[in-house]
Design a protein around this ligand. Structure first.
Ligand code: IMP
Length: 193
């Protein structure tokens, strides 16, 4: 069976393919020659994931899924959240991260979480899967692996930031991995493989 991951990020595809094994072939947008700009204008992470999956499905009628992730800081009322990619500046990881640290300067509650939502469209029906990893915001960036807010986030039960962990270690416990595991469980049950 083939399933299109509505993304252009080969790292994400690899991560998902690893969890799903070889019974399902994950294709990227490039693999299916889909080069349109897909809108991402939702007000929530759920809306964005659904918007991306629906856009692709409406044009192609192929089974597919899309993901969206936000970094949610409790003392900032859930911000940057759905605005994570462009909190200070569009896809500038460093500026976005320092904006969070600045807003957190006088905050004692440092609780935060990453939340990923995957929207799947299978035979025209929609399903959502959520993956969360709880933790806290550090006082300063630590480590240089990963991307985005990884240098300022320590997951609960660990003493290192995501950026200090190996990619392998992060991928085992990450929000995306948790959402993907739920997707994989669902597919295994419903497609009986
Ligand atoms: P996307 O929905 O996967 O494109 O993620 C949106 C934004 O959330 C990214 O631009 C990053 O700033 C942030 N983000 C997503 N996943 C991660 C992660 O695993 N670590 C750190 N930041 C992330």
């Amino acid at each position: 069976m083939e399933l299109v991951f509505v993304t252009n990020n080969p790292h994400k595809v690899e991560e998902v393919q690893n969890v799903l094994g070889d019974k399902i072939k994950i294709l990227t947008l490039k693999d299916v020659n889909f080069f349109e700009d897909i809108p991402e204008t939702g007000q929530t992470i759920e809306e964005n994931a659904l918007q991306k999956a629906r856009y692709f499905y409406q044009k192609t009628h192929r089974d597919c899924f899309a993901d969206d992730t936000g970094f949610e800081v409790e003392a900032l009322n859930g911000l940057p959240g759905v605005h994570s990619a462009r909190f200070a500046s569009d896809h500038d990881f460093e500026k976005n991260m320092f904006k969070v640290l600045e807003l957190m300067q006088d905050k004692t509650n440092r609780k935060a979480r990453f939340r990923t939502v995957i929207a799947l469209i299978l035979n025209g029906k929609e399903y959502l899967f959520e993956g969360i990893v709880n933790g806290y915001v550090t006082q300063q960036p630590l480590g240089s692996n990963g991307f985005g807010y990884d240098p300022i986030f320590v997951p609960d039960g660990y003493s290192q930031t995501f950026a200090q962990m190996s990619l392998e270690q992060k991928n085992k416990i990450s929000h995306r991995a948790r959402a993907v595991e739920k997707l994989a469980e669902f597919l295994k049950k419903n497609l009986a493989f």
